[in-house]
Design a protein around this ligand. Structure first.
Ligand SMILES: CC(C)(COP(=O)(O)OP(=O)(O)OC[C@H]1O[C@@H](n2cnc3c(N)ncnc32)[C@H](O)[C@@H]1O)[C@@H](O)C(=O)NCCC(=O)NCCS
Ligand SMILES: Nc1ncnc2c1ncn2[C@@H]1O[C@H](COP(=O)(O)OP(=O)(O)OP(=O)(O)O)[C@@H](O)[C@H]1O
Length: 198
């Protein structure tokens, strides 16, 4: 079974992904893959620097994530330009990792993909698990985790589909507004249900 794990920015996907990893599940992490495909020397990084200028590179030729983030989270055209360059490379590497896990005998693979719905990748998964959070908690957690102003945090939140929309399209939803232990209990209940059905 392939489980697509998604949600909105700072909803708690990585927190849930860490729980799944701890339980021994195979995991493909789109954010980690997104870092891998822009390592120095990659064609994708060269294309990004041609499209956005050398300014988005640091002195050591690694990607200046802060600078590129400030551009793309505040401007839909820049975001589309980056997505058009980087998403094909991310998709290809995620599928490669999924196949590798399956070839190594994994029965279930978790694909943690923040933009699963926005990028129309529903077909990557048999079941879709959405991690949801209230607007209030999302804003507070994002501001705190990334040290952002409310304005910058809102720009990031509005660059994705609203979490209420994602909930409607989910096979199961985890409401991550309480304690970490409550979130883990919801996860265990969903896994029990899905594992019993296969
Ligand atoms: C713009 C970049 C360099 C900013 O890096 P930064 O370290 O600040 O953020 P990080 O990569 O940890 O992403 C944090 C979260 O932002 C959100 N996010 C990232 N990219 C996008 C995007 N293009 N559109 C909407 N939301 C996005 C996701 O929820 C993600 O989990 C980076 O996010 C990036 O390369 N984005 C493009 C790749 C992408 O779409 N990644 C999302 C998963 S496929
Ligand atoms: N139940 C919770 N109670 C309090 N804080 C939490 C809870 N769940 C997650 N957090 C915190 O909220 C922040 C966002 O969580 P996390 O990084 O898991 O979200 P994410 O959905 O993976 O975000 P992104 O899309 O940006 O990668 C983190 O700082 C995390 O420690």
């Amino acid at each position: 079974m392939i489980i697509g794990l998604t949600g909105s920015i700072a909803s708690g996907k990585s927190t849930v992904a860490a729980m799944l990893k701890e339980k021994g599940y195979a995991l493909v992490d789109a954010d980690a893959v997104a870092r891998q495909v822009v390592e120095p020397g990659t064609e994708t990084l060269a294309r990004i620097s041609r499209a956005f200028g050398e300014d988005v590179l640091q002195a050591d030729k690694t990607l200046n994530r802060e600078k590129l983030g400030a551009l793309i989270f505040n401007d839909p055209n820049s975001r589309k330009k980056l997505n058009d360059i980087i998403h094909p490379a991310i998709r290809q590497e995620m599928l490669r990792q999924r196949e590798e896990w399956l070839a190594n005998g994994a029965q279930t693979v978790i694909m943690d993909i923040p933009l699963l719905f926005e990028s129309k990748l529903e077909h990557f998964a048999d079941k879709i698990l959405v991690v949801s959070v209230s607007e209030e908690n999302q804003l507070a957690r994002l501001m705190q985790r990334n040290g952002l102003t409310a304005q910058d945090a809102r720009a990031r939140i509005s660059s994705q589909l609203p979490v209420s929309e994602k909930e409607k399209r989910a096979d199961a939803v985890i409401y991550n507004n309480g304690s970490i232990a409550e979130t883990e209990r919801q996860l265990e209940w969903i896994l029990e249900k899905w594992n019993a059905a296969v």
